[in-house]
Structure formats: structure tokens, C-alpha cells
Design a protein around this ligand. Sequence first.
Ligand SMILES: Nc1ncnc2c1ncn2[C@@H]1O[C@H](COP(=O)(O)OP(=O)(O)OP(=O)(O)O)[C@@H](O)[C@H]1O
Ligand SMILES: [Mg+2]
Length: 253
Amino acid sequence: MSGKEPNAIELRDVEKSFGITKVIQTINLKVAQGERHALIGPNGAGKSTTFNLISGYMKPTSGSIQLRGEEIAGLRPFQINRRGLSRSFQVTNVFGNMTVWENLRCAVLWATGQRYAFWKNIDKLPEVRERTARILEDIHLVGRRDVPAGLLTYAEQRALEIGITIAGGANVILLDEPTAGMSHAETERAVSLIRRLTEGRTLLIVEHDMSVVFGLADRISVLVYGQVIASGTPEEIRGNPKVKEAYLGEEAA
Ligand SMILES: Nc1ncnc2c1ncn2[C@@H]1O[C@H](COP(=O)(O)OP(=O)(O)OP(=O)(O)O)[C@@H](O)[C@H]1O
Ligand SMILES: [Mg+2]
């Protein structure tokens, strides 16, 4: 293995219990750098918990979690974020009474290490302004710049959330069900947005919509009852009898 670049994310024998309930049995997961990797599985399988573990919102009961070869298990979310990992949440996480522009700028400021200072006019910081403007364009919300985020449509809020997640320029992006609740047309737009914004980065995405999963992912891992039962290319996963039985049954038929 020497000389090979480390995986973007690697989980080894990760377990997580809440009290006496072992929610994550033993997760082994490898996400190579530059890969778009989908984590799929039934409700309650432990997908969001896995995201919480990787991003530092929860500590594993045992096991190792590495980001580009560096152990991060037990670090705080902001420390992991500083090491280049950014995540979105299953439930939308924008500041509803801040405008679209302010939400994005806040994320950019945080990422560039600028500290908020009330005596500074932060819109005068050219790099912050330019970066914010670029993301605003990327997520196609230029026309909604000064609208409070809480007044956006649901799909627009999710697009904003993706913008916030990538604003910091993180190399490893975790998206938890970014297209949940979207119409077919909105989903298609969101997928092309995700594809474009994660170009050259590593993406780990939790997604229930199989057309999104099979359209976007280079590799797929299947989580069932807190265990990864298979990892492979979309073709391998589609053809895997264990996966069909445990999860993909109806969709694959
Ligand atoms: N903080 C917690 N305390 C106790 N149990 C929890 C906690 N968080 C999650 N769980 C339990 O862990 C299991 C996995 O939950 P998780 O949210 O990770 O599933 P999921 O795969 O994301 O499901 P979904 O597809 O519905 O989003 C569930 O049984 C859930 O009730
Ligand atoms: Mg979840």
C-alpha cells in the first residue's frame, strides 16, 4: 500500500452505541479521494449516525476514523471542518431570517478564518465578496440574493444549503439526503448542481432516490442494521444478491 495516496475517508471497525443499543455494529468504509460515493440503506440503518461520527457530532464507541490518513475520531466538528470536511444536514440548516447573501457570506467568512467584527464592513472585503458572489451564481440564486432564507422555496433552501456546505472550499463533502422532498424536476437540477460543485472533490452522499444514486455515484456502499453489507461500483451493487434481498429488492426489479 505504500506510496498510494490515502483514502479521503476511511472507517475501520467503527461502533456506536446509545446506552445499551448498538446502532452501528461495525462499519468498515473506504472512500477514495475524488470519488463520488453513495451511502444507501433502509430507514434507521445508521446513515445519518455515520455522518455524525465522521463529522465529529458524535464520538464512536470504538474504532478508527481517518480523513486523508489522519485520525479524526473524537475531534470536534470545527476541528474536522478545518481539516477540509464539510457536511450538510438531513434537516435544513439555514438561518431563516438572514438573507441568502448573508447565509453564504457567513459560511465563506468562517472558512476564510475571518472573525466577525462589528466595526468592519465585511462586504468591503473583496475576497469574501467575490467568493460569496461566485457561490450565489453557482447555486442559481442570484435573483434571490436579498430574500430571507426562510422565505425561499424548499428546493431553493436545499440549494442554498449545498452552497453553504461547499462555501468553505472543503475537499470532502458529506450530503445527507440533499434531494429529499423535491419534485422530479427539482431533483434533476439539484443533481447537476451537486455534480458540478463536487467536481474535483470527494463526495459522500446519503440518498434514497435510486435514480440519483445510480446517476451520480462512482461507488456505492449499502448499510443495513448498522453494518456495511456491500461496497462496489453501481453495477456490482445492482447485481449483488445480498443487496437485492436486504434493500434494493423492489427498485432492482
Ligand atoms: N442520539 C440518538 N440516541 C439514540 N438513538 C439514536 C440516536 N440517533 C439515532 N438513533 C437511532 O439510531 C438508528 C439509526 O438512525 P439514523 O438516523 O442514523 O438512521 P438513517 O439511516 O439515517 O435513517 P433515515 O434513512 O430514516 O434517515 C435509529 O434506530 C435511531 O433511532
Ligand atoms: Mg438519516
